[in-house]
Design a protein around this ligand. Structure first.
Ligand SMILES: Cc1cc2nc3c(=O)[nH]c(=O)nc-3n(C[C@H](O)[C@H](O)[C@H](O)COP(=O)(O)OP(=O)(O)OC[C@H]3O[C@@H](n4cnc5c(N)ncnc54)[C@H](O)[C@@H]3O)c2cc1C
Length: 557
């Protein structure tokens, strides 16, 4: 008689039984389980994507999660030369990276609103993007830049006519051959130089006209870029100094005749996180490019690319927060200490509720912001909200991410500090969205700049915030104080972070009061608006309905 064979994971170790460890987190739909996201997708106009988002949510929870880990454990490698000494400037990636890119492009995360510009397309894309980027944040970079390049390229219609069908194609082909042969392309951006990133007007890269120059004209670029992410892209939007001043250029990696452009990769950055993605230092040794938009108008031309990238910083941060919350809820639901499951311990409930609250407020803000991108064309108020709302949201949401990731990590105790939990990866990634495309101070100052250029946009902002007027006196009081803060002209620049933080909280508060369940709204107003909490997560006042907040975010397994 033989005993039923046990599977390896159920066999006791020779010295002890493994117990009190959570089961692997499997079978969770990354979209459907995120109730705040499902509701916001429908409410903000993307209801038509729900079935597709559910299917993606199920898919993402499978292999893509593994690909994310593999792509980070096997980061890209630079190959500058071949064995004979010829420059090749290629970056080699682990197959898992290519799987992620294939998925992202097939799911139209890089192009949905340009391929299918029906109402709600940006919201629909945001729902898909927030779902997918929970698996891994690194591949968001080329996906986002490709998405964001299209509106800037449209400043030069004949270039857009050529490149847009390639940039919006749904096939991914990593080969370094002319994009026209592949039928698809990815786009990066190269602005930052050694001597200046925020201050791009300090760029020293020179652009010399080859045939008279001007919009759409051919140029030769000589100079460098200190940060150029996703250098395996087929096209880059680049800033360089033409005779008329800083201008925007479209620079292909491979020239129309099949020769490689004079785009030389010097090094890959050894980064804190974001390790699956390559970020490079690059030299332009007379690289061929075409001008996009008017000469001397480089910043206004590339600004739409910058805005759409900032939108994705907000959506991507919401994705990271949701993933962290999932891990924290799962672990604490299955781990006991001192005779009780962690999730039932009063102090842990405070921490978890606070983390859920932040994730929900961020999700609501990201989705509302995405709607402003749908509404902006032809609607002045929506355009003003988009401009101001993007800067306000990018500043605050990204600032909250590292602390949030760290507390999610700590919910797993020592297990959270160990690589295979995935939490260290989330934690290392968390500061990036804040630095990229406008670091914290620069974003705060950008809010002041937007208000200076278009003072009427402040009323548009408050019109949105005050849709919740009268619903909660704590929110009303807070909004009045934000108005007061903004009306004082003294030392506004040095108060910029404080002002923008409070604008973001007012907007989040308004969205939460209108759209989240009463327990969530009550906790948000008490802790974020009424000052009834400490500086760390998990300091919500007692007496709030922690259970209801956690239940809303709880996983079905
Ligand atoms: C992983 C990674 C990938 C990147 N990929 C790209 C890419 O693909 N393409 C690209 O072009 N760039 C890229 N960047 C560069 C990034 O956009 C810049 O690092 C960022 O814009 C900041 O510029 P900087 O590093 O030159 O810092 P600086 O401009 O020197 O700023 C340093 C600090 O000073 C603050 N500061 C600046 N001006 C002011 C002011 N007036 N008042 C108060 N404070 C101020 C900033 O907020 C920042 O905190 C990447 C960066 C990273 C980390």
């Amino acid at each position: 008689m033989s005993a039923e064979p046990t599977v390896a994971s159920e066999r006791p170790a020779p010295t002890h039984e493994v117990s009190n460890q959570p089961p692997p987190l499997q079978g969770v739909n990354y979209f459907s389980s995120h109730r705040a996201l499902v509701e916001a997708t429908e409410r903000e106009g993307g209801g038509w994507v729900l079935d597709r988002a559910r299917a993606l949510g199920e898919r993402i929870a499978g292999d893509p999660v593994l690909w994310g880990a593999q792509a980070n454990e096997n980061p890209p490698r630079l190959r500058t030369h071949d064995r004979y000494g010829h420059r090749i400037d290629e970056v080699e990636f682990h197959p898992a990276w290519h799987q992620l890119m294939t998925l992202g492009v097939r799911e139209e995360l890089h192009a949905l609103p340009w391929r299918d510009p029906r109402p709600g397309a940006h919201v629909a894309r945001a729902a898909l993007y927030m779902t997918a980027m929970q698996a891994e944040a690194g591949f968001a970079c080329p996906i986002t830049m490709t998405f964001a390049a299209v509106p800037s390229l449209r400043a030069q219609p004949e270039l857009a006519e050529h490149w847009e069908p390639l940039l919006t194609a749904t096939t991914y082909d990593p080969r370094l051959i002319p994009a026209e042969e592949k039928g698809s392309a990815l786009c990066g951006m190269a602005m930052t130089e050694k001597q200046g990133g925020s201050d791009v007007r300090a760029n020293t890269t020179r652009a010399r006209p080859l045939n008279g120059g001007g919009p759409g004209g051919e140029y030769e670029l000589i100079g460098h870029k200190w940060f150029c992410s996703a250098p395996m892209c087929d096209l880059f939007l680049v800033l360089a100094q033409a005779d008329e001043g800083l201008s925007c250029f479209a620079m292909p990696r491979v020239l129309p005749d099949g020769q490689r452009n004079a785009f030389h990769l010097q090094r890959l950055k050894d980064k804190l996180g974001n390790r699956s993605n390559a970020s490079s230092e690059v030299e332009f040794a007379g690289a061929w490019a075409q001008m996009v938009g008017p000469p001397g108008r480089g910043v206004p031309t590339i600004i739409e690319m910058v805005a759409h990238t900032r939108l994705d910083c907000v959506i991507g941060t919401a994705a990271g927060m949701r993933w962290g919350v999932m891990q924290a809820l799962h672990h604490t639901a299955h781990r006991s200490a001192f005779g009780r499951v962690l999730i039932e311990q009063p102090l842990m409930r405070n921490v978890l509720a606070d983390l859920c609250l932040e994730s929900e407020a961020t999700t609501l803000l990201a989705m509302r912001l995405a709607r402003s991108y749908d509404a902006a064309p032809g609607d002045e108020a929506a355009q003003a909200f988009k401009r101001l709302g993007t800067a306000v949201s990018k500043y605050w949401v990204c600032k909250r991410a590292p602390g949030h990731a760290y507390e999610c990590l700590e919910c797993l105790g020592g297990n959270g500090y160990v690589e295979e939990s995935g939490l260290p990866r989330l934690y290392r990634e968390a500061p990036l969205a804040s630095i990229w495309e406008g670091s914290g101070n620069v974003m705060s100052l950008d809010v002041l700049r937007a208000l200076g250029r278009d003072p009427a946009s402040l009323q548009v902002f408050f019109d949105e915030v005050e849709l919740s007027s009268g619903a909660d006196p704590r929110l009303d009081r807070f909004v009045t104080s934000v108005r007061d803060e903004l009306s004082r002209p003294d030392e506004l620049e040095s108060r910029a972070r404080r002002v923008v933080e409070r604008m973001a909280l007012a907007l989040q508060g308004s969205l939460v009061v209108r759209h989240a369940p009463p327990a969530v709204a009550d906790a948000f107003c008490a802790s974020r608006l009424d000052g009834d909490s400490g500086l760390a997560y998990g300091t919500l006042p007692a007496g709030l309905d922690f259970e209801a907040i956690i239940d809303r975010h709880r996983l079905p397994v």
